[in-house]
Design a protein around this ligand. Structure first.
Ligand code: IMP
Ligand code: MG
Length: 181
């Protein structure tokens, strides 16, 4: 899309309507595979808006999941991911024997998702699936793919719908590309 928002230097890439439609079909895909006792592990902070919409859509479709949160970070204040991934706040649920669905905002290098996935398996989750709102496949540094992907995008820095740049823009209702000037 070519719309420019009233925030300078942010071009709307994916509108709120497009996001809502895609979440409906993503929820269909997840429900088709999901066991009844799903534990959704939301990776904070970037995926809080996506997760809020996704869990409500899953509930509407009859998948009543439990939800827990983990805060992970591999970023300083900037646009470049710097490993290693750190746990800032851990889950409160025990994942032993659970069918886990990890929900995150965006898959870039893959380090965050790999860390989250490995951690769930180390803690004896029975199964681990992954749902990512956005995928930048050309930026991958580790060999990992998500089970469910909302949108595949070009390698550009995006904000909005939960995603930040330097802790700003998380409340934008759409996903936008942040300009450099
Ligand atoms: P990865 O570990 O390199 O795959 O990075 C994943 C994490 O980096 C995401 O969960 C986001 O928090 C952050 N991230 C990656 N790309 C972007 C972006 O374009 N905008 C905002 N955050 C991003
Ligand atoms: Mg994140």
């Amino acid at each position: 899309m070519s719309n420019v928002s009233n925030q300078t230097n942010i071009k709307i890439l994916i509108s709120a309507e497009q996001i809502a439609k895609r979440i409906e079909t993503l929820a269909d895909e997840i429900v088709a595979d999901a066991p009844s006792d799903l534990l959704i592990v939301v990776i904070l902070k970037g995926s809080f808006v996506f997760a809020a919409d996704l869990v409500r859509e899953l509930e509407r479709k009859g998948a009543s999941a439990q939800v827990d949160f983990v805060s992970l970070s591999s970023y300083d204040v900037g646009k470049v991911s710097r490993g290693p991934v750190k746990v800032i706040h851990d889950l409160s649920e025990d994942v032993t024997g659970r069918a886990v669905l990890i929900v995150d905002d965006i898959l870039e290098s893959g380090r965050t998702l790999e860390f989250a996935r490995e951690t769930m398996f180390q803690r004896q989750a029975e199964s681990v699936k992954t749902c990512l709102l956005l995928d930048k496949p050309t930026q991958r540094k580790v060999d990992i793919q998500a089970d469910y992907v909302g949108f595949t995008i070009d390698p550009q820095f995006v904000v909005g719908y939960g995603l930040d740049f330097a802790k700003r823009y998380r409340g934008l209702p759409y996903i936008g590309a942040l300009g450099s000037d």
